[in-house]
Design a protein around this ligand. Structure first.
Ligand SMILES: Cc1ncc(COP(=O)(O)O)c(C=O)c1O
Length: 371
C-alpha cells in the first residue's frame, strides 16, 4: 500500500541532512505571473533576475536556427569551448572548465572541496546558492557579516579560519547588494592559503577582475557566466578559471555532457559579436547610473551604489513586500527581501530606459499615496 509517512516510506532512506534542506528560491516566470495579473506575459517587465533586457546577439539566434547536429553529443572535453574562452579571457585553456551555468560550477567546486562537517566561509548577506550548495554537501556554513555598506570584513573572515575551513566563497560584485570587493582584499584572503572562490558573475558590468591572477596563485579560482552580459541565461553556460590541476578535477567530476551543443554554438557566435554585446553592456551601465539617480530622488528608498546590473535599496517607509506586489500587479517584477540579514529591502535589475521610466512612474505613485 502506498505510504507518504516519512518514517516508513522510502523517504526514511533520504540523507538526513537533506530532509530539512531549505531550497533555493528562484524567480517566477513571466507566464506564471501573467496568470495572476491583468498584464499579458509578453508585456511583463522583468527586473527580478538580473537578466539582460536586450537579449542575446542576433547571430546566436540565426546560428541555432540552422545548426545541423543536435542529434550528436557535445564534446565532453570542451576542447573548442575552452579555446574560445581562452580567447575571451586571455587565460590559457588548461585553466578553464565550463558547465551548465555558473551556479552548477559553484556546486561542483564545493563538491570537490567540502565533505560532511567541513567549513565554508561565506560573507553574508550574499547569493544564496553558496548556502544551498554547502548544505547539499553537508558542509557547515560559517557566516561572516559584511559591514553596514555590505563591504567584506576581511579581518573577520581571517579570524574564523580554522582547520576545518575548506574554502572561502565570495561574490564580487556581491548579489544582491552590488558591492565590489577591492583586489587588495581578495588577495589578502588568498594570502591565507585557503582556497578562495571568487564569483564574478557581473564582472562585465564592474570591469574589475582577478582572472589574470589565477595563474600566479595555487588557491585562487574565479567563476564567470554568459547569463548576464551576453543574454544567455536561458541557455545555461558558465565557466571557471582555475589552477590547472583544479581545472582537471573539475573536468573529471562534472557530468560528461553538462554543456549542451546549443550553448557551445551560442558562445561561438557571442564572441564573434563582442562589439555589439559590449555596446549593450555600456548601455546597461549608463542606465544603472540613471536608475540610481531616479531611485535616490525617492526619499523613502535608500539605493546602494552598484557595480553590477541591479540596484539594491533599503525601503525606509512602507513594506518591501507590498511594493513588490503592487509593481507585480502593474506588470513589473522585482525582488524583495525580508530576511534576518536583509530586512525590508528590494533589488531591481537594470532594464532598458523605457523600463526605468515605467518603474519610476509606479514607484512615484506608490510614494504619493503613502505620503
Ligand atoms: C553571484 C551570482 N553567481 C552566479 C549566478 C548564477 O549564474 P548562472 O546563470 O551562470 O548560473 C548568479 C545569478 O544570479 C549570481 O548572482
Amino acid at each position: 500500500m502506498a505510504s507518504s509517512d516519512s518514517t516508513t516510506g522510502i523517504e526514511r532512506l533520504i540523507r538526513s541532512n537533506l530532509v530539512t534542506i531549505g531550497g533555493y528560491t528562484a524567480g517566477k516566470s513571466r507566464e506564471t505571473v501573467a496568470k495572476h495579473v491583468k498584464v499579458p506575459a509578453e508585456d511583463i517587465i522583468k527586473l527580478d533576475a538580473n537578466e539582460n533586457p536586450y537579449g542575446c546577439s542576433p547571430r546566436v539566434k540565426q546560428a541555432l536556427g540552422t545548426y545541423p547536429y543536435f542529434n550528436i553529443y557535445p564534446d565532453a572535453k570542451q576542447t573548442e569551448l575552452r579555446k574560445l574562452l581562452q580567447g575571451y579571457t586571455g587565460v590559457g585553456a588548461e585553466h578553464i572548465a565550463a558547465s551548465n551555468g555558473s551556479d552548477q560550477l559553484i556546486d561542483l567546486v564545493l563538491r570537490l572541496f567540502v565533505g560532511s562537517g567541513d567549513e565554508v566561509i561565506n560573507c553574508v548577506p550574499t547569493f544564496d546558492i553558496f548556502r544551498f550548495s554547502t548544505a547539499l554537501c553537508n558542509g557547515k556554513l560559517v557566516e561572516v557579516l559584511r559591514d553596514e555598506n555590505y563591504f567584506v570584513d576581511v579581518s573577520a573572515v581571517k579570524r574564523v579560519i580554522s582547520e576545518k575551513t575548506k574554502i572561502i566563497v565570495l561574490a564580487n560584485p556581491n548579489n544582491p547588494t552590488g558591492t565590489p570587493t577591492p583586489q587588495r582584499d581578495v588577495l589578502e584572503l588568498v594570502d591565507t592559503g585557503v582556497p578562495v572562490l571568487v564569483d564574478e558573475a557581473y564582472v562585465e558590468f564592474s570591469g574589475e577582475t582577478v582572472t589574470q591572477l589565477v595563474s600566479q596563485y595555487k588557491n585562487l579560482m574565479v567563476l564567470r557566466t554568459f547569463s548576464k552580459w551576453a543574454g544567455l541565461a536561458g541557455l545555461r553556460i558558465g565557466y571557471g578559471i582555475f589552477p590547472p590541476n583544479i581545472a582537471d578535477y573539475m573536468l573529471k567530476i562534472k557530468l560528461p555532457y553538462s554543456v549542451n551543443v546549443a550553448a557551445v554554438v551560442a558562445v561561438r557566435e557571442t564572441l564573434a559579436d563582442i562589439d555589439y554585446l559590449m555596446d549593450r553592456v555600456r548601455a546597461i551601465v549608463a542606465e544603472r547610473e540613471r536608475l540610481f539617480g531616479e531611485l535616490n530622488k525617492l526619499k523613502w528608498l535608500k539605493p546602494y551604489p552598484s557595480q553590477a546590473n541591479f540596484i539594491f535599496c533599503d525601503v525606509l517607509k512602507g513594506k518591501a513586500s507590498e511594493i513588490q506586489q503592487e509593481l507585480q500587479n502593474r506588470g513589473i517584477l522585482i525582488r524583495y527581501f525580508d530576511l534576518p540579514l536583509l530586512r525590508n529591502s528590494i533589488r531591481i535589475s537594470v532594464g532598458k530606459p523605457e523600463h526605468t521610466d515605467a518603474l519610476i512612474k509606479v514607484l512615484k505613485e506608490i510614494g504619493e499615496r503613502a505620503a
